[in-house]
Design a protein around this ligand. Structure first.
Ligand code: NAP
Length: 343
């Protein structure tokens, strides 16, 4: 096996990335070494590149979403985890490892904990698979933060609703599918052009977030449908309208999770318990959480076709050399697509 591979290294805060060879690591006891075919881009990637967010030292390698093939396994990888030769999508632990070069997605060979990988059915391409890890992990971190159990038998009550703001985003579209599969009646927001697509993913009703009456329209629809909606998932940092919907419908006793960190000056409506999405902090519990999310829930839903990679995808040309351009484009904003780089 070659002892070096190509990587897009972040030499210092602000970048640009530098494509060069680096030593190929050997997996630790519970790790997989994955040969990468596709990388999907996330907002945290340009925050790490541009602001040094969560980076302990340089040079670093950033990136979280990969799809490829397992080429080597550590000595204690469980027998039910993906083995050598298995096509997988995997959540590279770049920010937990604070940019440590062996663990970032932006390279041809990446180390990941075995619990962070999901085997892929043949019909899911590497490009589609790369859309999955960050979005599915963040969505389930939201359900976990709400108190929804990591349990394949969980089913929402027959008339229980879920508000999802930012349904066309990577996280939001994943939250729509997941909430629908968990049995919730999903009320979501997105630009009108995405409404049909998001209904197909399982949303019951969709509203245009740019409509000045959007809050009143959601409240009216939920009441008409006689749905109990006291849980919300803010995928894009739209706290104020989410809190307003939950407050108007219920008064107190509601729960909102948000993907965007809360600040002292974040909007706050009394009676709505708003928390930042968070997977378990304890390492053992987090490993068990990831094993459930990827090795049990997602593996099962991909195998049956119940869950499909979403939203759309667009390939950024140029392989590793295209990563900086892709991150710049993502920072400007995308609509209903995730950017993917083939390497
Ligand atoms: N905490 C975590 O662990 C974590 C993990 C992943 C992501 N995040 C954060 O979550 C956010 C979403 O990430 P992502 O990758 O899913 O984003 P994304 O796919 O790049 O989001 C783009 C979409 O956001 C929608 N959008 C933007 N502003 C909106 C608004 N005010 N109301 C409704 N929709 C709006 C747009 O919808 P239209 O096309 O309909 O206009 C667009 O399609 C980012 O802030 C990211 O940093 C946090």
């Amino acid at each position: 096996m070659s002892t070096e591979h190509l990587a897009a290294i972040l030499p210092s805060k602000g970048g640009p990335l530098s494509v060069e060879p680096r030593p190929t690591p050997t997996p630790g006891p519970n790790e997989l070494l994955i040969e990468v075919n596709s990388i999907a881009l996330n907002p945290i990637d340009y925050n790490m590149r541009d602001k040094g967010f969560m980076i302990a030292s340089y040079p670093a390698v950033v990136g979280s979403d990969i799809a490829g093939t397992v080429i080597s396994t550590g000595s204690s990888v469980p027998s039910d985890a993906p083995q050598v030769g298995t096509r997988v999508a995997a959540f590279a632990p770049c920010f937990l490892k604070r940019g440590a070069p062996d663990y970032g997605a932006f390279q041809k060979k990446v180390l990941v904990p075995s619990a962070n990988a999901v085997p892929l059915p043949d019909q899911v391409s590497f490009n589609e698979a790369a859309l999955l890890p960050m979005a599915v992990q963040t969505t389930w971190a939201g359900w976990y933060s709400m108190g929804i159990p990591c349990d394949m038998t969980f089913k929402a009550g027959p008339n229980q609703g879920m508000l999802i703001w930012g349904g066309a985003s990577s996280v939001g579209s994943t939250a729509i599918q997941t909430a629908h599969l968990l049995g919730f009646k999903v009320y979501a927001t997105a630009s009108t052009k995405h409404h049909d697509y998001l209904k197909n993913l399982g949303a019951k009703r969709i509203f245009d977030y740019k409509d000045e009456n959007v809050i009143a329209s959601i409240v009216k629809a939920v009441r008409e449908d006689q749905v109990a909606l006291y849980l919300g998932y803010d995928a894009v940092g739209a706290l104020q309208p989410c809190e307003e919907v939950l407050k108007r419908l219920n008064g107190d006793g509601t729960k909102l999770v948000t993907t965007v960190p809360l600040r002292a000056d974040s909007p706050k409506i009394a009676g709505v318990d708003t928390v930042f999405v968070a997977a378990p902090a304890d390492e053992v519990q987090r490993t068990e959480f990831s094993r459930f999310v990827f090795g049990e829930w997602l593996q099962g839903k991909l195998a049956t076709g119940a869950f499909k990679p979403c939203p759309g995808l667009r390939v950024v040309e140029g392989g590793f050399e295209g990563l900086d351009r892709g991150l710049d484009e993502l920072r400007k904003g995308v609509s209903g697509v995730k950017l993917v780089v083939e390497v």
